[in-house]
Ligand binder design. Structure first.
Ligand SMILES: *Cc1c(COP(=O)(O)O)cnc(C)c1O
Length: 222
């Protein structure tokens, strides 16, 4: 199936208020353009250099999501234009994002990435680390950062019960963090969870943002 057919099919399966992020990592800019022509606006990349290159080739209104691990020394390259940084997993990274947001005279939206057990990636915060960040008043510590929600990846397993229970725990945590730390803010709204293999479960468990690569673009050529 073509990219546009894949996008149409996935959109027809998900609620309208769920954001579809097309993960274009390892895909050439032409494929981003093809998806954009099919009405896709949100794109995810996991490497800074690749995002910067494609952003130069495919002009806005594309919204670029950084979904991978972000090194502090590379924040400056995406700070001028990035739409949402999903993978924030340390106070040091928040410090750097704040600094670069000031330099670019903008507010940068981020999600805090949680580490769910059994997941392939070693990145992400434990619950304890998350709370250590949140107890410092983030709104006053980081006036140029908008914490918009949480992100997580389920374990690499074919056991749907495990995947579902991990998504469910993340949603419980999300609701608790929202009521404890962002009760008055209407901006803490996003729960980024779900990829090609598990987005249906993620949406049933409360995802507001799914990150889909292969189900849109086909297998990646590494
Ligand atoms: C690559 C990637 C995705 C997309 O994975 P698919 O299985 O191709 O849909 C989603 N999230 C993150 C963080 C990724 O690195």
């Amino acid at each position: 199936m073509s990219i546009s057919e894949n996008i149409r099919r996935i959109r027809s399966q998900i609620p309208e208020n769920v954001t579809l992020v097309a993960v274009s990592k390892f895909q050439p800019a032409e494929k981003v353009k093809e998806a954009f022509d099919a009405g896709q606006i949100d794109f995810g990349e996991n490497k800074v250099q690749e995002m910067v290159n494609k952003a130069a080739m495919v002009k806005s209104p594309v919204r670029w999501h950084m979904i991978g691990h972000l090194q502090r020394n590379k924040v400056k390259y995406i700070a001028p234009f990035v739409h949402l940084i999903h993978g924030v997993d340390s106070a040091e990274l928040l410090d750097e994002i704040e600094k670069q947001a000031i330099k670019n005279d903008r507010i940068i939206p981020v999600l805090l990435q949680m580490h769910l057990s059994g997941e392939e990636s070693k990145f992400g915060l434990s619950e304890q680390e998350l709370l250590a960040i949140l107890v410092k008043n983030t709104a006053s510590t980081y006036p140029h950062i908008e914490i918009r929600g949480l992100m997580g990846m389920a374990a690499l397993t074919h056991d749907n019960r495990i995947i579902r229970s991990q998504f469910r725990s993340l949603k419980v945590l999300f609701d608790r963090v929202k009521s404890d730390y962002f009760p008055l803010q209407t901006s803490f709204t996003e729960l980024s969870m779900g990829m090609s293999s598990d987005y249906a479960i993620a949406i049933e468990e409360g995802s507001t943002m799914i990150r889909i690569g292969t189900a849109i673009f086909g297998e990646r050529q590494y």
